[in-house]
Design a protein around this ligand. Structure first.
Ligand code: ZN
Length: 286
């Protein structure tokens, strides 16, 4: 099942993003249209959605797809979850996942123009897990049962702000407007050949800069669900940015950051592609 959001209405869409079925219309108002409410009633929704064939729906405008999870109640993000990325960031491989948030006003749709707020804007392609059931003290073996779906995310990071204080300001440096794009769709894990091993990567102006597999994560999706839920309950519709593989600009010699006109394309196999164009901040007149 693939969920998309257009004009704040939830749709079930086909893999090619050609056709879709409006959830609220097709269910006579039982589910949707609000994207957040879908996750509050995920099990019943998933059961109903299994009977829907999106390819029989109406033509959709893929360019109109918005953030499929526009208003999660909580946003979790994990640092240093790939060993090579920890090394390039000059950190040890952590014993426990370092956790921060990306403030909600940084959330954005899959295709956006992003203003550069500083000279050190960096890229981090990430698998994002969407929670489908209230999760508290979930054993690792049951972690996947609490995940409704997966999407593509970018944990865009302004490194000057991130490291301008001690300890570093992870949440602030990663929360400028549109620094947390997600999409283009939420894909249920059963759609993937192996939900624990999907390829992810990103390119700048067509040049590949990151490539990895989620099987390389130090803490897997079910381990993250288990760990986070051992401390704070996870709510339906919450999202977890699960960390980035190596290849970020900060870890390069010389370092590289995004500049005016750069186009960042991020993809996860079996899920889709998101694209951000970066522009210089508008200078104020007078
Ligand atoms: Zn990250």
């Amino acid at each position: 099942m693939r969920l998309a959001v257009i004009k704040n209405r939830t749709l079930l869409v086909d893999e090619a993003l050609d056709r879709g079925v409006d959830v609220a219309t097709a269910s006579d108002g039982r589910f949707g249209p609000d994207p957040t409410s879908i996750y509050d009633n995920w099990e019943a929704f998933a059961e109903w959605a299994a009977s829907v064939t999106p390819a029989d729906g109406n033509a959709i405008d893929a360019a109109a797809l918005g953030n499929p999870i526009p208003e999660p109640r909580q946003v979790f993000a994990i640092g240093l979850n790939y060993a090579e990325h920890a090394a390039e960031s000059k950190y040890e491989v952590p014993d426990l996942p370092p956790v921060f948030t990306k403030y909600r006003t940084s959330l954005a749709g899959p295709v956006e123009t992003v203003e550069l707020p500083g000279p050190k804007v960096d890229w981090e392609v990430e698998l994002v897990a969407v929670i489908g059931r209230h999760a508290h003290n979930v054993p690792e073996a049951e972690g996947w049962n609490y995940v409704a779906g997966l999407t593509v995310g970018q944990d865009i990071s302004e490194r000057a702000t991130q490291f301008n204080a001690t300890p570093p300001q992870f949440s602030l440096g990663k929360s400028y407007p549109k620094f947390s794009p997600m999409g283009p769709v939420v894909v249920t894990p059963d759609e993937l050949a192996d939900r624990d091993d999907v390829e992810l990567g990103c390119s700048i102006n067509g040049e590949q800069v990151q490539k990895g597999r989620t099987s390389e994560m130090i803490f897997s999706v079910p381990q993250l669900v288990s760990y986070l839920s051992s401390i704070t309950p996870l709510l339906p519709g919450d999202v977890i940015f699960t960390g980035t593989p190596s290849g970020v600009g900060l870890g390069r010699t010389p370092q590289r950051f995004l500049t005016d006109g750069d186009v960042l394309t991020s993809r996860i196999s079996g899920i889709g592609t998101i694209e951000q164009r970066f522009v210089a901040a508008e200078t104020q007149n007078g």
